[in-house]
Design a protein around this ligand. Structure first.
Ligand code: NAD
Length: 538
């Protein structure tokens, strides 16, 4: 299988070798990462990397922050082998002891929370408070899993046969590969790693090729805890690389479960590939999230929440608000207030405390934004705010990927139209006007994706409809809370083309184990179930 992982180029930027930016040096030094030369991007108990070079590019300035040596096909092969071996050791470590290791990981992360948060800002482009919040999410799930490690219980089931007991037993699954998206370069891995380790698995992480630095920083923190506890480092391996490294992992029969977070397009390929070898797959894919505002909504809560949902992270959360359905009675006031907030936004360095709007992650994303706005204009949509990229920013932001958050009012709501149907991973909010809640729920549900949704109302009857059988079909169904962001306590994930995956809290851990139904006969008879007789004397 690994032969299919060719040496095709993984370089993510122009081949011209730009000087490294000094911008990252203080943050990298604080995280014990050398800020010069090429960084090793593979960890399997030892650091290495001799594959193609990945450039980590700062989306705020366009500077190269670091160069990372990704995994060669041989190194991926070795990391898979070592992770499988590490699993054999780790599965026998008692679960509460695994929880104790996660507690230490939690402490180590907390000690570097601000530095790691700053690195997320630098490399991904989200504002500092969100970068730190993302690390906090990893800390929170580690906390959660410390307790969970003592509660990953099976069940005893009543047997119909005398002298028999049935146990449902969770055992570790094996090797879990985590393929993650660029927009949560720390938290998504955290959700998976915490559950996977508590369940007794080894984990192999392939981060987005554009956020290798974050993955190296996180792996350094985790590996130091593993080493201190004499646990093989390959329990939490890292292989940086692009599409072809991802493909080779997904195809590998050494990988028992693939937990994939990313676009619907790639998720469909990953899902099919893993299914074709009867592997286990967990998919967390794109969102196309709607907020619905009723006439009785408290607009002083709803307007800022929609603003954060659509503009926060520059529209680059899977849960970002992309569709806004306003009751006819509130349209004028809501849009007037929302436009004022949009007019107040200034782009800035995500590391500066006052910045609310950071850049898009890549140049390519600016193109996707521009194409989406052009499509809206062509379809006759009214552009109430934004609609263009920033071209006149002062240095060094002039090298960044800054776009104006956009509010568009298409001529009509047609969920069969790409304008409404497709996720544009940029700050573009489409507005539609409705008269009846049922109509808005139909629009909410009419798109392929089913991740997050939000209803703004004070009327209990609306709430009942919204969360009931004829309500929102999304995985996240909020009331008077925006679409964007979630706590770790509940299982997180979306339905339909978002992939049906669940990660983080709730019952999500149950996917990271192998379940066995064990019927035990402690009697002196051997009856068959359902009263079946299988004897020639019967
Ligand atoms: P992407 O699909 O381009 O890449 C995701 C990962 O897949 C990366 O690590 C990439 O290197 C890898 N990859 C690419 N091609 C591959 C292939 N053929 N086989 C195996 N791996 C491959 O996604 P992205 O642009 O990094 O992230 C943005 C997308 O992720 C958005 O659609 C967003 O909604 C989604 N997302 C979803 C969630 C969720 O929980 N539902 C969370 C975060 C992001």
């Amino acid at each position: 299988m690994l032969a299919t992982h060719s040496r095709r180029t993984l370089v993510t930027t122009a081949p011209r070798r730009l000087a490294l930016s000094t911008r990252a040096a203080p943050v990298l030094n604080a995280l014990d990462i050398a800020s010069e030369n090429e960084l090793p991007g593979v960890y399997d108990g030892q650091w290495g990397g001799s594959g193609d070079v990945l450039e980590s590019v700062c989306p705020t300035t366009g500077e190269v922050l670091a160069r990372v040596r990704s995994a060669s096909p041989e190194e991926l092969h070795t990391a898979l082998e070592k992770s499988k071996e590490a699993y054999k050791f780790f599965r026998s470590v008692p679960a509460p002891r695994r929880g104790e290791i996660l507690r230490q990981i939690r402490e180590a992360l907390a000690a570097k929370r601000d530095e790691l948060g700053a690195l997320v800002s630098l490399e991904m482009g989200k504002i500092r408070t969100e970068g730190v919040g993302e690390v906090q999410e990893f800390i929170d799930i580690a906390d959660y899993v410390v307790g969970l490690s003592r509660m990953m219980n099976g069940r005893v089931v009543a047997s119909e046969r005398p002298g028999h007991s049935i146990l449902e037993v969770p055992n570790p699954l094996g090797l879990v590969a985590v393929l993650s998206a660029f927009n949560f370069p720390v938290a998504v891995y955290g959700w998976n790693l915490a559950l996977s380790l508590a369940a007794g698995n080894a984990t192999l992480w392939k981060p987005s090729e554009t956020t290798s630095l974050c993955s190296i920083a996180v792996t350094k923190i985790i590996s130091s805890v593993l080493e201190k506890n004499s646990i093989p480092g390959a329990v939490a391996s890292l292989v940086t690389g692009g599409k072809y490294v991802g493909q080779a992992i997904v195809e590998s029969r050494d990988v028992d479960m693939v937990s994939f977070t990313g676009s619907e397009h790639v998720g469909r390929i990953v899902g099919r590939t893993v299914q074709s070898r009867f592997g286990k797959v967990l998919l967390e894919l794109g969102g196309n999230n709607a907020s619905i505002v009723m006439p009785d909504a408290d607009l002083s809560l709803a307007v800022p929440a929609v603003f954060f949902g659509a503009v926060g992270t520059a529209g680059q959360r899977c849960t970002s608000s992309r569709r806004l359905y306003l009751h006819r009675a509130v349209v004028a006031e809501f849009l007037e207030r929302l436009q004022k907030l949009y007019a107040s936004v200034r782009p800035g360095d995500p590391l500066a405390a006052s910045t609310l709007l950071g850049p898009l992650h890549t140049r390519a994303a600016v193109g996707i934004y521009s194409d989406a706005v052009a499509r809206l204009r062509k379809a006759g949509a009214e552009i109430l705010a934004g609609g263009t990229q920033y071209v006149d920013l002062a240095s060094p932001l002039d090298g960044g990927n800054f776009v104006r958050p956009t509010i568009a009012v298409p001529k009509k709501v047609d969920v069969a139209d790409a304008i409404w149907r497709e996720e544009t991973f940029a700050p573009v909010l489409c507005v539609g006007v409705f008269d009846e809640l049922e109509e808005a729920i139909q629009w909410n549900n009419g798109v392929p994706q089913g991740l997050s949704s939000s209803l703004w109302t004070r009327d209990l009857r609306n709430v009942g409809k919204w969360i009931g059988p004829a309500g929102s079909d999304a995985g996240i169904v909020n009331v008077n809370v925006g679409t964007s962001g979630a706590e770790i306590g509940a299982a997180f994930g979306g339905n339909k083309s978002t992939g049906w995956g669940r990660e983080s809290g709730g019952d999500a851990w149950k996917q990271y184990v192998r379940w066995s139904a064990c019927t035990i006969n402690f009697s002196d008879e051997a009856p068959l179930a359902q009263g079946v007789q299988f004897s020639s004397t019967a």
